[in-house]
Design a protein around this ligand. Structure first.
Ligand code: NDP
Length: 334
């Protein structure tokens, strides 16, 4: 028998998630059954979208169930195999995060290839968040020569790659993040043209217009709310908005008033398009090819914030909403 500890949803958060919404439990795993493998997770990811799954509402992913282990991306190593497609020692990715080990049909885990990057990059810059940045900027916002790009949440997993791709393609980039350290990171490590500390800003529209007096052509939205309102104010006619996330609203316990200036979408003839990364999986090969080339040429940087141990996974998750992470927030499990 193998003991695996896991994090379960104990109660549904109201507002900001709290430690009491989660519980640590242990399960005993027997040998994997026919066609199954046993996997010991080495890394798991915590992502803002998981907050939505903690609410009992219908969405594009089903809600987490009370009393059950949470789910999410994970990387692990096969420790026992009852299926010819996988052998002991194989590195695999799965959606069985939030636990130390599991048995599952071999068909539900995927052999993982880190493409010369550290394996945990598959949960960040070379995985779902990376593809979100790539598809959102190149397909949804349809980045084109000369565009001035505004990115909110610029120091996070998705935002930091958006900033870099736009800079690699020669654009003027303006990005926001919370706090002086993150602003320094945006300027000195990611090379953005103007970094705005939104927490210190008294008037985001004024700061954005000072950074881009000519206006913005593209807005990559990770935050919503006041950021979206400022982007609408600063948009040039025919600007394109890729609406990726609205993290400023995920913990709201009552409806949040929308931007007061939505009518600008009409007058400025803006294209405002929401998207979900899973509709762009077909871009993964092109994304990984570009990413590998940028990495090999030394043109790519990424940060990760790592918490250790399954017992610290809830803390890591909660930290996403207080900005504790630089780049990708990850949990190292073994
Ligand atoms: P991040 O790595 O960016 O982590 C979240 C960051 O959000 C924090 O570090 C914090 O940075 C910022 N933040 C938290 N609360 C607020 C707030 N109230 N106002 C402004 N900023 C806040 O997460 P990801 O890169 O994984 O995700 C970024 C966004 O992209 C999220 O909205 C997420 O839901 C979305 N997303 C959407 C996908 C899609 O398919 N559409 C796929 C993946 C992500 P700071 O310190 O700067 O405040």
């Amino acid at each position: 028998m193998t003991t695996s500890r896991e994090i379960r949803l104990k109660s549904r958060p109201v507002g900001q998630p709290k430690a009491e919404n989660f519980e640590l439990a242990s399960v005993e795993l027997g040998a994997p059954g026919p066609g199954e493998v046993q996997v010991r997770n080495t890394w798991m990811t915590v992502d803002p979208y998981m907050r939505g799954r903690m609410n009992d509402v219908k969405s594009y992913v089903p809600p987490f169930q009370l009393g059950e282990a949470l789910q999410g991306g994970a990387l692990g190593v096969v420790t026992a195999s009852n299926d010819p497609s996988l052998k002991v020692g194989d590195l695999v990715s799965s959606n069985n995060g939030w636990r130390e080990a599991f048995n599952a049909p071999a068909s539900t885990v995927q052999k993982a290839d880190p493409h010369g990057l550290p394996p945990e990059a598959l949960l960040g810059v070379a995985g779902m968040p990376g593809l979100t940045a790539y598809a959102g900027l190149l397909k949804i916002a349809a980045l084109k020569d000369g565009d001035v790009v505004f990115v909110s949440g610029g120091a996070g997993a998705v935002g930091s790659l958006v900033c870099q791709i736009a800079k690699l393609k020669g654009h003027k980039v303006i990005a926001t993040a919370g706090g002086a350290d993150k602003v320094k990171f945006l300027k000195e490590e990611l090379g953005v043209d103007v970094a705005i500390d939104y927490k210190a800003s008294k008037n985001l529209t004024a700061d954005l217009l000072a950074a881009a007096p000519e206006g913005i052509d593209v807005y990559f939205d990770n935050v919503g709310g006041e950021h979206l309102e400022a982007a609408l104010n600063a948009a040039k006619p025919f600007a394109r908005f890729a609406i990726c996330g609205m993290i400023s609203m995920y913990n709201a316990s009552a409806p949040v008033p929308g931007p007061a200036n939505l009518a600008l979408i009409i007058g400025k003839q803006l294209r405002v398009e929401g998207f979900i990364v899973s509709s762009s999986w077909d871009m993964m090969p092109a994304f990984l090819k570009d990413l590998s080339e940028w990495h090999a040429a030394g043109k790519l940087t990424w940060k990760q914030t790592v918490r250790e141990g399954i017992e610290n996974a809830p803390q890591a998750f909660m930290g996403l909403f207080t900005g504790e992470n630089f780049g990708k927030m990850l949990v190292k499990l073994s």
